[in-house]
Design a protein around this ligand. Structure first.
Ligand code: PFF
Length: 447
């Protein structure tokens, strides 16, 4: 397939992957997961999950993508294991599923960006959130967010995604550092840091069965794993990158931004005595404006904050759409623009329930993170660890200087086969239990 697109540079690939990883997961999901799962204790398990499960699993997706050089579904054919195509398909489906509600939240962010200009959300943040988060306005902004996403993907890998993320990622970091520095000057910031950084080990030990799956799920979501994104993005790279180094850079960078978001959100909340465990998807949208209403120059800070979140959300959403687009282009030879637009329309329709009622949004998110995600990652690591096996090690060695001498790729393979596989299987089991708990957080909402 001589005319398949590629990244212009290795840095472009890394930035695009970081752009995919850094998103609403870091800024919207991570703080409320941290808050409802015990604060710093959650952070500890999350960091462990990134290192022990996330990093080896990124590498597993990279191996599939680069070796096959094809979209995430046909990749398995090319590797000679057609039956495993379902793995790629599940990832593609999950991406579609997640984008449907991700885009609704993206729409909220657009609303809050506009709201920062007028200060509209400051009077009564909870009522404001209630009014704009569901119903016709949420639906309209969901459409706007999808349109922006389609617009970037329509331009292609190099001129769309790579160009956009090359600007987006550095802007997110710089702006976020600025707000974190500002938040540090607020009275009460210390209490925020303490909540975020001082683990309560006793509480953690007694809640392991809920904290662990939440933290692992968050790590996978945040690293964009189980969505075939890393398979797709790696299929556009050249032969000689060191995949381990690239994967490590992406994991470290993403974790850095997630933790940085904590350094923004928690001091802001504690500065105003807002309880951080206002659980659920509205947490950041209610508590951050509550804090902003009280601080000096709140509207400016709010504008910058929501601009950062919007950029981060878009650079993730484009990766979700690209996975499906890439499959349709490779497989059916459709042209890119029409494909992106058509798929955008379908995703919009799937997101209607989430835009209409936040209970549906919570349910879509719960099903994605507790079921689809760990299942997809479990299948990918099983495939790479036990089916691709030696070929996978071979692929990891490509582009490393230490080549044959290093034992690291073999250690990685055994980690994937054992620790990673078991940990993800355990997470899946606990996640499904969570979904099936009759009185739990993920009961199917009424129609
Ligand atoms: N990793 C993104 C975030 O944390 O917001 C979400 C995401 C993007 C997940 C793209 C999956 C994906 F394919």
């Amino acid at each position: 397939m001589a005319d398949r697109e590629t990244w212009a540079s290795r840095l472009g690939f890394i930035l695009a992957s970081v752009g995919s990883a850094v998103g609403l997961g870091n800024v919207w999901r991570f703080p409320f997961q941290t808050a409802t799962n015990g604060g710093a204790a959650f952070l500890v398990v999350y960091l462990l999950a990134v290192a022990v499960i996330g990093l080896p699993a990124i590498l597993a997706e990279f191996v599939v993508g680069r070796r096959a050089n094809l979209n995430a579904i046909d990749a398995f054919d090319r590797l000679g294991h057609s039956r495993w195509k379902v793995v790629g398909a599940l990832g593609v489906f999950t991406g579609f599923w997640v984008l449907s509600y991700y885009s609704v939240i993206g729409g909220w962010v657009i609303r809050y960006l506009l709201g920062s200009v007028t200060g509209g959300y400051m009077g009564s943040p909870a009522d404001y959130f209630g009014a704009v988060s569901a119903g016709p306005e949420a639906l309209a902004l969901h459409a706007v967010f999808i349109l922006l996403t389609v617009g970037i993907v329509a331009f292609g890998v190099e001129e769309g995604i790579e160009l956009a993320t090359t600007f987006m990622v550095p802007s997110v970091v710089v702006l976020m550092l600025g707000i974190a520095a500002y938040a540090a000057t607020l009275p009460g910031a210390g209490a925020g840091y303490a909540f975020f950084l001082t683990p309560d080990v006793g509480a953690l030990l007694s809640n392991l069965d809920t904290v662990v799956p939440a933290a692992v799920g968050q790590a996978l979501f945040s690293l964009s794993l189980g969505f075939s994104v890393m398979i797709t993005y790696a299929s556009y790279i050249g032969e000689d990158d060191n995949l381990g180094v690239d994967g490590g850079a992406i994991a470290v960078f993403n974790t850095f931004v997630g933790v940085l978001a904590g350094f923004v959100v928690f001091p802001l909340l504690f500065a105003q005595g807002v309880s951080p465990d206002t659980a659920g998807p509205g947490a950041v949208f209610i508590s951050v404006p509550t804090a902003l209403a009280e601080v000096p120059a709140g509207r400016v800070v709010g504008f910058v904050f929501f601009a950062v979140v919007l950029i981060a959300a878009l650079s993730s959403a484009i990766s979700l759409l690209e996975v499906v687009t890439s499959y349709v282009i490779d497989h059916y030879r459709f042209e890119r623009r029409g494909t992106a637009a058509g798929l955008g329309t379908v995703v919009f329709a799937l997101g209607i329930p989430s835009a209409w009622d936040t209970a549906w949004l919570g349910w879509f998110d719960g099903v994605a993170v507790n079921l689809f995600l760990p299942l997809a990652v479990l299948l990918v690591v099983t495939f790479v660890g036990w089916v691709l096996a030696d070929d996978a090690v071979d692929e990891v060695r490509q582009g490393t200087d230490v080549a044959r001498a290093s034992a690291l790729p073999t250690v990685w393979l055994w980690a994937v086969r054992s620790v990673v596989l078991l940990a993800v299987a355990g997470t899946l089991a606990l996640g499904v239990r969570e979904l099936l708990t009759p009185s739990g957080a993920y009961v199917v909402p009424p129609f």
